[in-house]
Design a protein around this ligand. Structure first.
Ligand code: UD1
Length: 422
């Protein structure tokens, strides 16, 4: 498995084109299952999770083909409604096939995803929501088995709000009989991007971006090819902005809707970074050591949990004491022990990290244990003295396209090496 070797200490400077959002691409890919028409998707990021989702769609009988940066998905010929454990166990977002499969085919079998590095991550909201829509759900032999002749609209209250839970139930409700109201729905922009694609295809959905989403079921989606361009990846963009700040550099990220980055820009500004924004880009410049800030994650419009670890890397080098509080996942501070190996002064108490900024980090062998935690280690290594060797980079490859290529374009010194050991 691959490792990254990072020679730290370079000030990053330059421009990056932000990729399509993994977390919008995955549900949008799955939503192709809702109709027999070809979906033509632009700006799909070429990351491992997307490849895994294409594999899963292939097992179900869909065909996916890349045409340059476009992905074409054909779903007239589905042959299975069962997701294999081997794929679900590598990617929890596989659970997203439940709603569309049962809505269009009346039946779906998806293995229960187990826990993962960042917590137990239950799927009760997906299951309870489908039951509320009239499906018969049985859990047997580790599988979720869902059946329904036709789903029926219902009022569903989510607690807590779940991103993929909202997406799954929204896709299920699109073809249900009657009206579904999802209360305390996730407000993340990726949910709205999925809704925008479904609406183009004839779904009747209102309220995306608010916490009440109303879906009026239709018998079938429109005929004809369905086209969509995936929104930009705000987590990738945020990661490169933090890379600019942590190396006291000057980094511009290009994306069509820079307002997606408002929350991260506000927090970076509080650390002392200069931010400027125009129609299609955001630029960060940092000419001194960061100042400490407190960060508390929360569902949208709160600070995204998917940028918490990267902020912790920046705050490890800040002047003063920062408190980072993770409220979305129960165990999302696994990067802390690795940052400590690089000289960070961090203590944890439950889901809170108290970071006493140090004036330098030093390169060390470290191990990624999840996608964003891995990104945080890369950011820390860019600013550290000497060489850092980051193993288990496959976590990072799940969600970042060409990460070392992009960083090297900005002036970093990152090398990928193949290794037989994780
Ligand atoms: C999605 C994102 C992930 C991001 C997360 C939070 C995708 C593919 N992944 O994950 O990158 O970190 O949102 O923004 O979009 N919960 C339950 N029961 C459920 C479902 C969730 O209790 O049935 C809890 C979770 O344990 C967690 C909280 O709800 O505490 C939010 O999780 P959720 O929004 O579901 O995360 P994902 O959709 O899995």
């Amino acid at each position: 498995m691959d490792r990254l070797i990072v020679e730290g200490g370079q000030r990053l400077s330059g421009e990056i084109q932000v990729s399509g959002a993994k977390n919008a691409a995955l549900p949008i890919l799955v939503s192709s299952l809702l109709s027999p028409h070809t979906c033509v998707l632009e700006n799909i990021p070429d990351v491992v999770d997307v490849r895994t989702m294409c594999q899963l769609l292939g097992v179900l009988g869909a065909t996916t083909s890349w045409d340059g940066p476009r992905l074409l998905i054909r779903t007239e010929t589905l042959k299975s409604h069962e997701a294999p454990y081997a794929l679900v166990s590598t990617m929890r977002a596989s659970i997203l096939v439940l709603g569309p499969l049962v809505a269009r085919w009346g039946e779906a079998i998806v293995p229960l995803p187990g826990g993962c590095a960042i917590g137990s991550r239950p799927v009760n909201l997906h299951i309870d929501g489908l039951r509320a829509l009239g499906a018969e759900v049985r859990i047997q032999h580790g599988n979720i088995h869902v059946k329904a002749k036709r789903l029926k609209g219902a009022r569903i209250a989510m607690e807590p709000s779940s991103v993929t839970g909202t997406e799954n139930l929204m896709m299920a409700a699109v073809l249900a009989e009657g009206v579904t109201v999802i209360e305390n729905a996730a407000r993340e922009p990726e949910v709205a991007d999925l809704a925008a694609f479904l609406i183009k295809r004839g779904a009747r959905i209102q309220g995306c971006g608010t916490n009440t989403i109303t879906i009026e079921g239709v018998e079938a989606l429109n005929d004809g090819d369905h086209h969509h361009r995936i929104m930009a990846d705000r987590m990738e963009a945020g990661t490169y902005l933090i890379a600019g700040a942590v190396t006291q550099g000057d980094v511009t990220v290009h994306l069509p809707s820079p307002d997606l980055l408002d929350d991260i820009c506000t927090t970076l500004h509080a650390t002392g970074a200069e931010l400027s924004r125009n129609h299609g880009s955001v630029r960060v410049t940092m000419d001194r050591r960061a100042s400490a800030v407190d960060v508390t994650t929360g569902p949208c419009p709160g600070f995204p949990t998917d940028l918490q670890a990267q902020m912790a890397a920046l705050l490890s080098l800040a002047e003063g004491v920062s408190l980072v509080t993770e409220t979305v996942f129960e165990n999302r501070l696994t990067h802390v022990s690795e940052l400590r190996r690089m000289g960070a002064n961090i203590t944890t108490n439950g889901n809170q990290a108290r970071i006493v900024g140090v004036d330098k980090l030093s390169g060390a062998p470290v191990m990624a244990s999840d996608l964003r935690g891995g990104a945080a280690l890369i950011l820390a290594s860019l600013a550290a003295e000497g060489e850092t060797i980051i193993s288990r980079v496959y976590h990072v490859d799940r969600g970042y396209e060409r990460i070392e290529g992009n960083l090297n374009t900005l002036g970093a010194n990152v090398r990928r090496v193949k290794s037989n050991n994780a």
